[in-house]
Design a protein around this ligand. Structure first.
Ligand SMILES: [Fe+2]
Ligand SMILES: [Zn+2]
Length: 349
């Protein structure tokens, strides 16, 4: 059930949301835009180095960046109006609005049962006994959704994409994305999933990243397609604990590669961790661990992404600018910061 707007709490973003971490896909570069002079000084050379050599190419990049800055200025008001409009959206599979245990893989349910949420060792044993793996430091994968549920969700997402004219892009890295928050799916299904299952997992496996105090999240679906968007460039996420759940199997390759943690780039000895994408399985990792997806070589891959956030961590340092957050109030779709007496950052958790 979506909460009435009057029940929503005040939400906040760091001011860097409006002009930093803008991704120029063509040249594989994240940039910051303050004004034309700063942009030229900070990025012209890097862009040239990456093949943006003519005036025309540079003007195109500048226009793209300015357009993105304008989009971000209106992001929250657009989100709010889309969110309100989406309350009218008619699900073709209305049963998926609420989380039901039949949507969850039996091995996941067994893992949660066996673990009984007591300690990390028991959880890791239960994970290994139920189709899960530890791939590297704080990189885990395990089955979560049944194939039937994945299929229903994919059909719902494609229906939603066809039936709504106005959708916000969840980020600048994948243009085929759908925001599950804006769609309204987060307030019901995902809130239950996180509250009833994931908070107890993150508490044990990511306690050093606020895993015991997850109080908001952002969620969206991304799609990779061999011809249009085969891969995802290296980046880190705006969360504390990230989950990527693969929803289909009609593709080849597309493994997720995880590397150093942002702020610990000097950790060069760290071996990259490569994890296969498997339908219904989740990959869970520290959000600030740099990662990228290898190109798929055929088909289409669809993943649900959830960035779980803890205000106890991000209030200290904004992950996107690496500084004490410069907090600004927004109407909806904040980035999980809190201020003063506000106890929770999200309208859902
Ligand atoms: Fe990511
Ligand atoms: Zn920031």
């Amino acid at each position: 059930m979506s909460q009435p707007l009057t029940a929503l709490r005040t939400e906040y973003v760091c001011s860097c949301f409006f002009n930093r971490q803008i991704f120029i896909k063509k040249y594989g570069l994240h940039v910051t835009y303050e004004d034309d002079n700063q942009f030229e000084k900070d990025f012209r050379q890097s862009l040239r180095f990456r093949g943006c050599s003519t005036e025309k190419q540079y003007s195109e990049v500048l226009l793209q960046v300015k357009t993105e800055v304008e989009r971000r200025k209106s992001y929250h008001s657009t989100f709010l109006s889309n969110f309100m409009r989406n309350k009218e959206y008619r699900y073709i599979h209305p049963e998926i609005i609420q989380l039901q245990t039949r949507f969850l893989d039996q091995r996941f349910l067994d893992m949660m049962q066996e673990n009984n949420l007591q300690d990390t060792d028991t959880l890791l044993q239960a994970l290994a006994a139920n189709g899960g793996h530890v791939h590297g430091p704080q990189v885990y994968s395990f089955p979560i959704f049944t194939k039937d549920f994945c299929q229903l969700l994919i059909e719902e997402i494609s229906n939603f994409k066809q039936s709504t004219q106005e959708r916000s892009l969840p980020n600048t890295m994948n243009f085929e994305g759908v925001s599950l928050d804006e769609m309204g799916f987060s307030c019901t299904f995902l809130t239950s999933l996180i509250k009833n299952y994931f908070q107890s997992i993150t508490k044990l496996l990511f306690s050093n990243w606020g895993g015991g105090a997850i109080d908001s999240f952002k969620s969206f679906v991304v799609q990779y397609d061999k011809d249009k968007h085969p891969s995802l460039s290296k980046h880190f996420d705006n969360g504390e604990v990230s989950m990527s759940i693969c929803l289909n199997s009609e593709f080849e390759a597309g493994d997720l590669q995880l590397e150093q943690v942002f702020g610990q780039e000097e950790d060069l000895d760290m071996e990259p961790v490569v994890v296969k994408q498997q339908m219904g399985h989740c990959i869970m990792h520290r959000s600030r661990q740099f990662h990228f997806a290898h190109p798929i070589t055929s088909g289409v891959r669809t993943n649900m992404i959830v960035w779980m956030r803890s205000s106890s961590i991000r209030n200290q340092m904004c992950p996107m600018c690496g500084q004490t957050p410069d907090i600004q109030e927004v109407q909806i779709a904040g980035d999980g910061f809190t201020l003063g007496q506000d106890s929770a950052a999200c309208s859902c958790l």
